[in-house]
Design a protein around this ligand. Structure first.
Ligand SMILES: O=C(O)CCC(=O)C(=O)O
Length: 239
């Protein structure tokens, strides 16, 4: 597995945004990840953390995984614009709160829209990891309601956690077939890497786009040393 190399790539013509040092990781086949470590200032991000920790009606639902019921290993909440189809994942349908219920979320949404010109997020899944035993297992946000190539913007607060990406097994074989070359040659030529790791910092923004949900899985594993609370917001667009 490789750690992301810090390649500063200005993606926004606004010079103050460039100073935030966007790192771009090309995953191949039309998938890419952007990472902005200092998307929010340290102090501003702690103010949001305190607000979210205290005011969001966190719940820890029972979900179904591989046919068995279990407690989701993190707290959650869901916010969506009015009139959208319901979100259902792992047999669980969260109540959709309104943006007006939590005004600071609209400020974060505005900042995300500004950083990602053309984006129009209309829903938000919030996660709270209360310590090192909380996690999210390997999955892709590939529910049909997000469309075939969703952009997902993830803002992190509090304790740093590792965020992993690994290629779906089927995705590499699709690549081989369309290319028509044996895998060994391809790997030598393009130096493909099937796993990546990011340390998601307090106040950072990570964006998955293109075919990332189709071809890759992501997770936030348990980490013994990550014993403080982390809050993560994933902004999504329901089509
Ligand atoms: O907490 C994170 O960084 C990831 C959350 C996630 O994967 C999700 O909400 O689907």
């Amino acid at each position: 597995m490789l750690k992301l190399k810090a390649v500063s790539e200005p993606t926004n013509p606004n010079p103050s945004d460039n100073a935030k040092k966007t790192q771009r990781l090309d995953l191949g086949s039309g998938s890419e990840v952007l990472y902005i470590p200092k998307f929010l200032s340290y102090d501003e991000a702690w103010k949001f953390f305190d607000y979210l920790n205290d005011h969001i009606p966190w719940t820890r639902p029972t979900i179904r995984v591989f046919g068995r019921s279990c407690l989701q290993p993190r707290d959650t909440c869901y916010v969506a614009s009015a009139g959208l189809p319901d979100l259902i994942y792992s047999g669980y349908q969260p109540k959709a709160y309104s943006w007006d219920d939590f005004p600071p979320l609209k400020d974060i949404l505005d900042a995300v829209h500004k950083a990602l010109p053309g984006s129009r997020f209309n829903s938000l899944l919030l996660n709270r990891y209360k310590g090192s035993n909380d996690y999210v297992s390997w999955h892709a946000d590939d529910e049909k309601l997000y469309g075939p190539a969703p952009e997902i913007a993830s803002v992190s607060f509090g304790c740093e956690r590792e965020f992993l990406l690994k290629k779906k097994p089927g995705a590499s074989s699709q690549e081989r077939r369309s290319d028509g070359e044996p895998m060994s040659k391809r790997v030598k030529k393009s130096n493909l890497v099937d796993q990546h790791s990011f340390t998601l910092k307090h106040g950072s923004l990570l964006v998955m786009r293109g075919h990332t949900q189709r071809d890759w899985l992501h997770s936030v594993p348990k980490r013994a040393k990550a014993d403080a609370t982390r809050i993560n917001l994933t902004f999504r667009h329901i089509v």
